[in-house]
Design a protein around this ligand. Structure first.
Ligand SMILES: Cc1cc2nc3c(=O)[nH]c(=O)nc-3n(C[C@H](O)[C@H](O)[C@H](O)COP(=O)(O)OP(=O)(O)OC[C@H]3O[C@@H](n4cnc5c(N)ncnc54)[C@H](O)[C@@H]3O)c2cc1C
Length: 413
């Protein structure tokens, strides 16, 4: 099977470059072995939240201070602003609405009850201008009876810092009885499916309105709209108080919805998505990747003019660490990291951990290096790239979105 472009990995990064290339008429395929980090999505895409522990106000300006090895610096400051501006419209074309701007971080309330700076927040969630204030003083935190993935006490405790008087209450409804019988079934995605069917929402909203009498704001877990992005908006209309949705433990309902909608956009543009297929190796000729071999396709060759590796970081096995080495498991590409395991970790758990900066080595065009030479038609994007600590910096989605758009532009040139 021959494509213009094949992308390895169907997470945020792979889908972003796939959509961008398909929008420009390229015949693309994405091969993805499984779930991606977006299934754990908090509801916000981070661009740059902190540098050296200091909170960032204007990510677009302050990213100039990052190390020259950082993916943003390697895209080039002159190229970043147009890409950053492109993202909200790009997501909108896939049916995903986000609020926020790159020149000023806003804040979101986390499930630990603290405010966190971020770039783009999905429409269901509430954005705050400052981290020091919560606009309401009397809050009701509502949970579904038997739902263990929403830690209401943490939220209540966190809200005390803002001098909020919060009360926790539970909602029971017959629609949830079936999934409640087994605690492993009482997961956010199963609750969301009940609301997606449309019938439970009116009764639920009535109960919320009853239980929130005397309170200024309602806090609920974000379990609305798995396949249908109108459920949360509909609920907000039916509730007679401001509603703040907070992420529950994974699977993330807004994350799964985002993944589904991005994938639909890619397929509507003519893209082919091979789900549950693992890329195992590649055939190289004269510093070019000619074809890849996958688990499901056996002897059927998957060929393309250009390939993108978007296989994620350690979490998705895009890079792997074993007792004595780090490696990239599909092609054996060069790794920017330390093979001496003593260097991987800082003994202080909360310090910037060196291993978080490791990733596949690339040249200045984001082409993968193998044995010290760039592979001419194999580009690398997303969290499989090194040079950053997304967890410490709050830069995960920004790196994935911007490197993927940039790599797609390199291919389209
Ligand atoms: C648990 C978690 C939660 C996060 N939450 C947030 C958040 O809320 N906000 C934020 O800004 N950032 C977050 N991040 C940071 C995250 O890195 C980025 O947001 C981004 O989603 C990463 O996308 P990616 O496509 O680069 O990698 P991934 O999402 O890891 O996707 C890689 C994909 O490649 C596939 N793959 C790997 N190897 C192969 C192979 N051999 N063959 C075929 N397919 C393969 C995997 O199955 C996976 O689908 C989170 C990270 C993690 C780990």
């Amino acid at each position: 099977m021959k494509f213009d472009n094949i992308i390895i990995g169907g997470g945020l990064s792979g889908l972003t470059s796939g959509i961008k290339l398909a929008e420009q008429g390229r015949k693309c395929a994405i091969v993805s072995s499984g779930q991606s980090a977006i299934h754990f999505f908090s509801g916000s895409f981070d661009l740059l939240g902190k540098i050296n522990g200091q909170e960032v106000v204007n990510p677009l300006e302050e990213m100039k201070k990052l190390s020259l090895k950082h993916p943003y610096q390697r895209i080039g400051m002159e190229n970043i602003a147009p890409l950053v501006n492109e993202v909200p419209q790009f997501l909108k074309r896939a049916g995903l609405s986000f609020s926020g701007q790159a020149s000023k971080n806003h804040f979101v309330l986390t499930p630990m009850g603290v405010m966190k700076p971020t770039w783009l927040t999905i429409q269901d969630f509430t954005c705050f201008d400052t981290k020091d204030e919560f606009p309401w003083k009397k809050a009701v935190i509502l949970n579904f009876s038997g739902f263990l993935d929403f830690h209401t006490l943490f939220i209540k405790d966190g809200l005390k810092k803002f001098e909020v008087n919060a009360q926790i209450k539970n909602i029971a409804m017959k629609e949830f009885e079936a999934i409640r019988r087994n605690p492993s079934e009482m997961r956010s995605s199963n609750i969301a499916k009940v609301f997606d069917q449309g019938e439970a929402i009116n009764e639920f909203a009535n109960k919320v309105n009853e239980l929130s009498e005397g309170f200024e704001v309602v806090i609920l877990p974000a379990v609305f709209g798995l396949m249908n992005n109108k459920v949360a908006a509909d609920l907000k209309e039916k509730i007679n108080k401001p509603l703040v949705l907070l992420p529950a433990l994974p699977p993330s309902v807004p994350g799964i919805r985002s993944q589904i909608m991005l994938r639909q956009r890619f397929q509507e543009l003519g893209g082919t998505y091979f789900l549950g297929d693992n890329v195992e190796e590649g055939v190289f000729e004269n510093n070019r990747l000619i074809e890849i071999k996958t688990n499901n396709h056996g002897d059927i060759k998957l060929e393309a003019d250009e390939f993108i590796l978007a296989s994620g970081s350690f979490y998705s096995k895009g890079i792997v660490a074993i007792h004595d080495k780090l490696y990239e498991p599909i092609f054996g590409l060069d790794i920017d990291g330390d093979n001496d395991r003593a260097q991987w970790l800082d003994e202080k758990f909360f310090n910037d951990q060196p291993y978080m900066h490791y990733g596949v080595k690339t040249d200045e065009h984001f082409r993968a290096m193998m044995n010290g030479k760039p592979i001419e038609n194999l580009y690398v994007s997303g969290s499989v790239l090194g040079g950053a600590n997304p967890l410490k910096e709050g830069s995960g989605a920004g790196i994935s979105l911007l490197t993927s758009l940039h790599v797609a532009e390199q291919i389209l040139k």
